[in-house]
Ligand binder design. Sequence first.
Ligand code: NI
Length: 188
Amino acid sequence: MAILKIARMGHPVLRQRAETVADPTAPEMQRLIDDMIETMGDADGLGLAAPQVHVARRLVVFHRPGAAGEEDDDMPLVVLFNPEIEPLGEETSFGWEGCLSVPGMRGLVPRRERVLYRGLDREGRTLETEAGGMHARVVQHECDHLDGILFPMRMTDLSMLYFESELKHYRGAEPAEDEAPARAEAMA
Ligand code: NI
């Protein structure tokens, strides 16, 4: 396994549409999965998409937060090739996001509250899951990377794009309901 270099906003690989993977079980894909998992762990991230490690293929890995959005060391790891997302219902919600490719920044981003996602796991089997809350947010964030979209491009109010180190000023000025981003939420 290896820790891979993470592309940052401005690199062309983050702007393009990634290619479908024909065979998730191919040895080079298995190696890529393992390297992405190691890279994500090293960077203390909640999720990682292949374009973030300079590979323009449709593959994401992420930790699945619990139903209540809680984070702990036992979050299941999801490996997903060629994902498709279908919104469930009309509800959207705002939450703080960060990205390993946009280091040091946080933004308040609207996402669908509930989605159905499907794709292939690392054995090439079909995976289909309903997700809500933080789980749904992480999936949408990661899959956006496959279409060249970074979280600031989803924001509706760029005055809510912050340097992480300045968030304390926001927290001091606003009610507690918009809490500061949790660690994992901040890096995907
Ligand atoms: Ni990201």
